[in-house]
Design a protein. Sequence first.
Length: 228
Amino acid sequence: MVNGYEINDLVKEESWRMFRIIGEFVEGFDKLAGVEPAVTIYGSARVIPDDALYVQTAEIAHRLGELGFSIITGGGPGIMEAANKGAAEAGAKSIGLNIELPIEQACNIYATKTVTFKHFFIRKVMLVKYATAFIIMPGGLGTLDELTEVLTLMQTHKIKPFPIILYDSKFWKGFLDWLRGDVLARGYVSEEDFDLLMICDNPTAVIEAVQKWYIKQEVVGKRAFSNR
């Protein structure tokens, strides 16, 4: 094939891709309308049901569901499945935002509302947009990516500051020590950036942190409305 034809085909394909991107955003906004208040839970897809983290995640989601929060996850296995399971068993909205991967990730059976995305960046927007709090369970590269993205969005005032709860202080200790000992020491972050983070070691502490923040925001919102 002549090189010029390949370029033309690429341009045409990229143009149509823009419409698919817009379509994914529209589908996400339509399907997730009315899910607030919601809590997004991140964590490893490799955690098995027998793991204590799986059980604790399910408990956290169940208790938040009983309090009226929808639970949003990436829709896959592991921590995501545990969170969707806890929410579903509490009768809460259990939302799974799945992603198409080369090795296809099937959405777990506990998500009662699902959306499957082709593009990671659209999925990330949806995971963040509707959340009142973020719970970061132990995980790998994907979890670290999601954590640092949420922190960056708050640091740059692209989203409102909400609790970012790191679960299991032992797991996150090395990461936090590195941030303080190397990154902060070099001036690459500010001390106030650490104010965005909360550390919890049990489900009750997580529930109390989310509930306290949500009630505080409700009070602030009512005061602002009454002063209009």
